[in-house]
Design a protein around this ligand. Structure first.
Ligand code: PLP
Length: 409
C-alpha cells in the first residue's frame, strides 16, 4: 500500500463551510418557502468590470491567431502586469518595490499556502486568532503545527485578537520564526494602524522573524492611518513577504489572479548557518511547480490599472463598503457589538448574551433566514463571535439588517 503524508490525517474532517452548507440545506428542506440571505462565504457578487472584460476579449482573440498566440508565459508573470503593479501599487505610493520582486500568482490562497515550501519544517509559526484557516491547515499539512488538542494546534503560537485587546495582536512571549499577519483582517474586518504595524516590523527585525503579510483586502482601506502595504513601514523589505489578490478587489474570484512580493533584501539561513535569498528560493520553487497564471487573466488584471479600470474597481469597492457601513450601523442600532466594515468587507459581531457562535448561527438562520459564519470556525478566540460579509446586494444587505433588528436582541 502507498504510504501517505500522515499530516493529512490530522486535519479536521469537517470543513467550516461544508458544515454551514449542510445546515442550510437541511433548513431549506424543512422550510422550502423561506428566502435565505447568504452573508457567509466570502465570495463576491458584482461582475468583473468592463475594462478587464474588454482586455480579456482582446486576449482571447490573440490566442486564436498564430501571429499573436501566447503559449507558456514566464513563471513569474508577464512584464506588462508586473510593471503595472510596481508602478501603481507601490512606486506611486512612494514604496520602493521593483517589478522583478513581484511574482504573479493564481491567487493569494495558493501562495499563502505554498510559501511554506521554502521554509524549514522546524520553523515555529505564529498565527493571529481568529485566522484565515489556510495558514493553519497548510502548516498542518507540512508538519509544523503539531497535534490538535482542545481545538488548538500544539506547535502553533496563537495570538488572540479579541474585543479585550482591540483586535491588535500582542508580540508573543516565546520565540517564533514566522508570523502570518492579515490586515485588513479576515475574519474580523479590523486593521492595524501604521504605528501598530511598525511595532511588528521592528520586532521582526530585532528577532529574525519572517512576517507573511496578507493584504488581500488592501483595496478596502479608507482610513489614512491604515497601511495598505507592509512596505509602507521602513525596514519591512528585510522581514516581510506580501500577498495580494484581485479576487475581492475586482471580482476575480472565478478568474484567479493575485501576486506575491518577495523583496531581494529578504534572507534566510540553512541548517549550517549559510545565508540564502528567499527571493531566489521562491523563484526556484515557482519555476519548478508553477507554470504561470493565464495570459488572458493577466491581461484582464493589467487593465485594472488603466484610468477606466481604476474607476470601475473603485465603484465596486464603494458598493461593498456601502453595504458594510449599512450592516455595521444597522447591527449597532439593533444593540449588537460589531467591528470591521470601515476598511473591510467583513463585520465581526460579538454574539449577544454569551451565546456560542453556532448557537447564534442557528438563531439567525431560523429566525431571520440569514446565513453567516460562526467565529469559532476561525480559531479558539473566534468563539462567541460571528462574521457577516458585505458581498451580497445592497437590497439583500438592508433586508438582512431589517430582519436582525426585528429580533430585539
Ligand atoms: N487571503 C485571505 C485573507 C482571504 O480571505 C482570501 C479569500 O477569501 C484569500 C487570501 C484568497 O484569495 P484568492 O482568491 O486570491 O486565492
Amino acid at each position: 500500500m502507498i504510504k501517505i503524508n500522515d499530516n493529512f490525517t490530522k486535519l479536521q474532517a469537517s470543513y467550516l463551510f461544508t458544515e454551514i452548507a449542510h445546515r442550510v440545506a437541511a433548513y431549506r428542506e424543512s422550510h422550502p418557502e423561506v428566502d435565505i440571505i447568504r452573508m457567509g462565504i466570502g465570495d463576491v457578487t458584482r461582475p468583473v468590470c468592463d475594462a478587464a472584460l474588454e482586455a480579456m476579449r482582446h486576449a482571447v482573440d490573440e490566442q486564436g491567431d498564430a501571429a499573436t498566440f501566447h503559449g507558456y508565459g514566464p513563471e513569474q508573470g508577464y512584464a506588462f502586469l508586473r510593471d503595472a503593479i510596481a508602478l501603481n501599487d507601490y512606486n506611486a505610493r512612494d514604496i520602493d518595490i521593483h517589478s522583478d520582486e513581484i511574482f504573479i500568482s493564481d491567487g493569494a490562497k495558493s501562495d499563502t499556502g505554498n510559501i511554506g515550501d521554502i521554509l524549514s519544517p522546524d520553523c515555529k509559526v505564529a498565527v493571529t486568532d481568529p485566522v484565515y484557516p489556510v495558514y493553519v491547515d497548510t502548516n498542518v499539512m507540512s508538519g509544523r503545527a503539531g497535534n490538535l488538542v482542545d481545538g488548538a494546534w500544539t506547535n502553533l503560537v496563537y495570538l488572540p485578537c479579541t474585543l479585550q485587546n482591540g483586535f491588535v495582536p500582542t508580540i508573543p512571549a516565546e520565540p517564533i520564526d514566522v508570523v502570518y499577519l492579515c490586515f485588513p483582517n479576515n475574519p474580523t474586518g479590523t486593521t492595524l494602524t501604521r504605528e501598530q504595524l511598525a511595532v511588528w516590523v521592528d520586532y521582526a527585525r530585532k528577532n529574525n522573524v519572517l512576517i507573511l503579510f496578507d493584504s488581500a483586502y488592501e483595496a478596502f482601506v479608507t482610513e489614512e492611518n491604515v497601511p495598505r502595504s507592509i512596505y509602507e513601514i521602513d525596514g519591512a523589505k528585510e522581514v516581510a513577504i506580501e500577498f495580494r489578490s484581485y479576487s475581492k478587489t475586482a471580482g476575480f474570484t472565478g478568474m484567479r489572479c493575485g501576486y506575491t512580493v518577495v523583496p531581494k533584501e529578504l534572507k534566510g539561513i540553512d541548517r549550517d548557518g549559510k545565508e540564502f535569498s528567499l527571493h531566489v528560493l521562491w523563484n526556484r520553487r515557482q519555476c519548478t511547480k508553477f507554470n504561470g497564471a493565464s495570459y488572458i487573466v493577466q491581461r484582464g488584471a493589467a487593465a485594472l490599472y488603466t484610468p477606466e479600470g481604476k474607476a470601475q474597481v473603485k465603484e465596486t469597492i464603494e458598493y461593498y463598503l456601502r453595504n458594510a457601513r449599512a450592516l455595521r450601523d444597522g447591527l449597532e442600532r439593533a444593540g449588537l457589538i460589531a467591528v470591521g466594515g470601515v476598511n473591510s468587507p467583513y463585520i465581526w459581531i460579538k454574539t449577544p448574551d454569551g451565546m456560542k457562535s453556532w448557537q447564534f448561527f442557528d438563531l439567525l438562520l431560523d429566525k431571520c433566514h440569514v446565513v453567516g459564519t460562526p467565529g469559532s470556525g476561525f480559531g479558539p478566540s473566534g468563539e462567541g463571535y460571528f462574521r457577516l460579509t458585505a458581498f451580497n446586494t445592497h437590497e439583500a444587505t438592508l433586508e438582512a439588517v431589517e430582519r436582525i433588528s426585528r429580533l430585539n436582541l
